[in-house]
Design a protein around this ligand. Sequence first.
Ligand SMILES: [Zn+2]
Length: 408
Amino acid sequence: MIDWGKLAAERLTEIAKISEDGPGVTRLPFTREHADALALIEGWMRDAGLETHLDAAGTLVGRTSFTGASQTLYMGSHQDSVRHGGAYDGIMGVALPILALKKLSSEGKTLPFNVEILAFADEEGVRFPTALIGSRALAGTYDPAVLHLKDRDGISIDKAMRAFGLSPENIPKLKRNNNQALGFLEVHIEQGPMLQDEDLSLGVVTAICGIERHSVTFHGVSGHAGTLPMRNRQDALVGASKLIGSVHELALNTEHLRATVGALDISPNVVNSVPDEARLTVEMRAPDDAIRAEAAQKIEDQAKEIAEGHGLTISYDKTYAQPAQQCADSLTKPLSKAVEAQLGRTLALPSGATHDASAMADLGPMAMMFVRCKDGISHNPEEYAAPDDMGDAVHALASFIENLAKTV
Ligand SMILES: [Zn+2]
């Protein structure tokens, strides 16, 4: 009997060594580390009986070859990491579904559809100021204009891909047929503490949160900190601080809403002057766009009210919005059933982070399974998923595939 969790841990430990120098894992797209990692992943894929090829976007594809099957289930995640990241983010979502297919094949199981395991080149967007090229290419939302974007050494994506042996002009041909896509399932480390709090190794994602970002500037009047009376001061930072408080309160009191003021700049930013300008960002995430839109409106209204109450003027801009992506019942039902069979119960939870699955949702049904993350720590060398939890995931993934086979 194979101990699937132990095998997963061994493989992830081995591939974690393929990294730039420094703490944790640093594996960026279209580098020597990327090529070395792909050689290892290709071995895992072949070991599971998959046919492999590297596509024009640098995605390593491992495919089953069940004859007569017209539909395809896609599974996978990204091979790259952030700088000084962990050994599980992304790559675990490549390793575990390969093991699930190895398990099914070792049991002599065949399927009425094919399965493609995808190891995407770049999800983190660390090297270039864009990401998700591989998943967008499959979903048909890839924009060739990104090829001109450069890394910090001035190397364009186009050049980096060519040096990696790819032909980026062929990326548009990678789009898959929507009608033949059963959907995409991504397994990912939770990157949060909810499963640990619930004492569960696995969870089923309900939706990937939508994101909205605002840029807010309070304008006031500066003056000498010692001579300007307190009454009638037009202190821009006092306005900003009240808004920070209300953003936090609103999210505390709104289920599934995350809201953060992550950046704050003030001027003149000196010890003995009243600030005349405070610029801050507000970021909101929610698995439901209606919740996010309502929160965004409340925050904007409050910001304007605060400005008025403090004699300030305000500039308020929405700088970014990305809608929430709902996970599809056609995949989450067989997945939840598989997780329940493995653990006796399941937890449904939203994903606060964006993933390859966000882009793959444009191809067809999308779902995600989370694996427990020690203390919620991720994007850090301390990131950890236990072998037993990964073993649960391999069993659940194999049952998910079998459950899905009964529905097609
Ligand atoms: Zn990731």
